[in-house]
Design a protein around this ligand. Structure first.
Ligand code: PGA
Length: 267
C-alpha cells in the first residue's frame, strides 16, 4: 500500500458515483478522460457507472492501458443468482469487470427501503463474489437537528457492518485494509450543502472509534473513511487536509472529468 500524502499508511480513495446518469458514448468518453488524467502515484480512483454502462467503461479503461482506475457497481443483490427481476448479482458485477461495489447508499436506503439487515447480507454477498464493498452511512437532516447523528451512525455499524464482520467476514480472512466506509450525511448529498471539515472530521473520528471498540485499534487504523456529499474542487482541499478524512465519494462533480480530476489532484 502506498503511503498517504499526509504521512499515514492509508492510501486515499476518490470514487465517482455516476448514479443514473450518462449513455454509453458519454460514459466511455468520461472514463477515458479520467483514466488519461490520473497519476499512478496519486489516490486510488474508482468509477461507479450504472449497470448498462459497465461494459463500455470497462472497455474504455482497458483501452487506456492503465490499471490506476477501477470500476464498481452501485448496488448488488444478496443472492448470487435467482429470480430477482431488475437486480444485479455480485458475480455479474465481477463478470462485467468490477472489483468494487457500493452498499447502502442513502438513495437505496431511502427510496428502496434498504435496512441494515439487508445491507449486512449484501456485504457478505460482495465478499463472497470477491468485490470490495464501500458501505455508506450517514444521518438525515432531521436526525442531525435532533442531535442523533452519532446514534444513527452507531446503529448503522451495529446492525449493518458488525453482524457481517462477526460472521462470515471473520472466518474468511477479510483484510481490514479492504474495508471502506463512506460517511455521507444525507442533507449534504446533491444539495450543495457540504459538511464543514469539522463536522466531517468529527463524524469520522466517531466512526473510527466505534471500529476500534469492535475490531481493535490496529484494524480500525487500516480502514479507509471517505466523505461524500457535495464534494467539489473548491471544497475538497480543506476536507482532505483533515487527517480523519481518507478520500471522497463524489456524485455530481464526478460527471465532469475536469472537476473530478481537480478533486483527485487535491488528494
Ligand atoms: P453529491 O453525491 O456529490 O452529488 O452530493 C454524493 C453521493 O451521493 O455519493
Amino acid at each position: 500500500m502506498s503511503r498517504h500524502p499526509r504521512g499515514g499508511t492509508r492510501r486515499a480513495i476518490v470514487a465517482g458515483n455516476w448514479k443514473m446518469h450518462l449513455l454509453a458514448d458519454e460514459a466511455r468518453d468520461l472514463a477515458a478522460a479520467v483514466a488519461g488524467g490520473v497519476d499512478a502515484a496519486g489516490p486510488e480512483v474508482l468509477l461507479f457507472p450504472g449497470h448498462t454502462l459497465l461494459a463500455p467503461v470497462a472497455e474504455a479503461l482497458e483501452g487506456s492501458h492503465r490499471r490506476s482506475v477501477e470500476m464498481g457497481g452501485q448496488d448488488l443483490h444478496p443472492d448470487a443468482q435467482g429470480a430477482h427481476t431488475g437486480d444485479v448479482s455480485g458475480p455479474q458485477l465481477v463478470d462485467a469487470g468490477c472489483s468494487w461495489v457500493l452498499v447502502g447508499h442513502s438513495e437505496r436506503r431511502q427510496h428502496h427501503n434498504e435496512g441494515d439487515g439487508l445491507l449486512a447480507a449484501k456485504l457478505e454477498a460482495a465478499h463472497r463474489a470477491g468485490l470490495a464493498p464501500i458501505l455508506c452511512v450517514g444521518e438525515s437532516e432531521s436526525e442531525r437537528e435532533g442531535g442523533l447523528t452519532k446514534e444513527i451512525l452507531d446503529t448503522q455499524l451495529e446492525a449493518g457492518l458488525f453482524p457481517w464482520l462477526d460472521g462470515a467476514g471473520a472466518d474468511s480472512a477479510m483484510d481490514p485494509a479492504h474495508l471502506v466506509l463512506a460517511y455521507e450525511p444525507v442533507w449534504a448529498i446533491g444539495t450543495g450543502k457540504v459538511a464543514t471539515p469539522d463536522i466531517a472530521a468529527d463524524a469520522h473520528r466517531h466512526l473510527r472509534q466505534r471500529l476500534a471498540d469492535h475490531l481493535g485499534d490496529d484494524v480500525a487504523a487500516a480502514v479507509r473513511l471517505l466523505y461524500g456529499g457535495s464534494v467539489k474542487p473548491d471544497n475538497a482541499a480543506e476536507l482532505i487536509a483533515r487527517e480523519e478524512i481518507d478520500g471522497f465519494l463524489v456524485g455530481g462533480a464526478s460527471l465532469d472529468a475536469e472537476k473530478f480530476l481537480a478533486i483527485i489532484r487535491c488528494c
